[in-house]
Design a protein around this ligand. Sequence first.
Ligand code: TGC
Ligand code: FAD
Length: 394
Amino acid sequence: MAAKTDSFQHPDYYLLDELLTDEQKLIRDTVRAWVKKEVSPIVEEACQKAEFPKQWIKGLAEVGAFGPYIPVEYGGAGLDQISYGIIMQELERGDSGLRSTASVQSSLVMFPIYRFGTEEQKNKYLPKLASGDLMGCFGLTEPDHGSNPSGMISNIKDKGDHYILNGAKMWISNAPFADIAIVWAKDENSDIRGMIVERGTPGFTTPETHGKWSLRASATGELVFDNVRVPKENIFPTVKGLKGPLSCLNSARYGIAWGAIGAAMDCYNSALQYSKERMQFGKPIAGFQLTQKKLAEMITEITKAQIFTWRLGVLKNKHKATPGQISMAKRNNVNMALQIAREARQIHGGMGITGEYPIMRHMMNLESVITYEGTHDIHLLITGMDITGIAAFE
Ligand code: TGC
Ligand code: FAD
């Protein structure tokens, strides 16, 4: 398969670059350059083969995509939340699976260790996770408990100096190659507890999930625990209850809100370029009103999402972003990107279904993104609860 040239140009209709600091723009340009050089040429082939290119791990670490907002003393980049968002945007512009790998490592593995871990856990794991020498995954979802994780049946039993963990997690990004797993399971009081489980621990296996039509460049698997011995020093000592994993999801969902803009921008950019080059009935298809309607609506929705999400980043930097606001942005932006991918596919005609263009790949990826980290409808119910004060989940 021939390597591709990536001619992406950033749509910035409202001159939002003026809202970014020089450092944020430098980060954006650095990550974009790496994606153009190392990701775009091989991502189509990786997806066709359903393989995660392992060489991306070092590159992700080098551009600061692992733990961007984790303090420097623990190996992170010590950046602000808008920088984190921009990194996720640029990675997902390349591929949602690439962004998934970095989201999980940063928000679902490094963040809980940083927020809930002991000093020993932070020193042992965070620097190696930041450098990509260790990779992690996050196990919350179970075969019978997806949207409703509080019903989980994975459990730990206290055996003195260690716990015995039993249960299974499903749909876990990075599981097939992760060195450690952040696992959420109930203790004997039915409190949800978080812990670090290392690969190689007897009874712990990570079978890979095959046959996905979406996120094919991201490795997904199960976590199976059969009487796994977890030393007590691997437990997060203080956090109990669903607020532990949900706090991590706040960070990951925030990153996804930015990431989805990246996928949308890539689809729009490709559709705009293609429509100006593709001739039908003696003129470029960009000259037809129906094509212009599609393109004009795409750039309008992208621009709204860019402003909305930048504002969310400002609130996040001030520690004022609420879970409800984050849900609204994740839901809106992923749906926006999916609609744009579908319209962009139409503009590309038959070519839109091929790997010559990134559209179909983004569209299929976004079908996972609209489901994981809370489905489209669960986020609507979170907003509904936030504005009415009444939970409608059950
Ligand atoms: P509920 O009774 O509402 O809350 C339980 C406790 O949690 C607190 N809480 C939160 N804390 C922090 N952040 C949030 N966003 C929080 N939302 C709730 C809440 O205050 C309460 O605390 P306390 O002290 O009273 O105990 O919980 P519920 O059981 O009714 O569930 C609510 C619901 C449905 C919104 C929640 O379960 C949910 O979000 N479900 C969706 C599940 C989900 O998103 N799973 C994601 C799995 S990870 C994943 O998909 C990774 S993909 C990664 C990739 O590849 O990029
Ligand atoms: P279900 O919960 O069974 O939902 C099915 C449908 O029912 C949805 O449309 C949902 O909106 C609807 N529904 C459910 N409850 C309600 C309700 N109360 N009201 C209205 N409608 C409702 N999980 C992890 O823990 N770690 C990971 O790394 C991870 N990575 C993933 C990677 C991929 C590629 C995918 C596809 C999933 C991943 N997940 C991961 C799991 C993901 O978070 C779940 O798929 C998601 O939370 C939905 O759970 P479910 O698939 O069991 O769907």
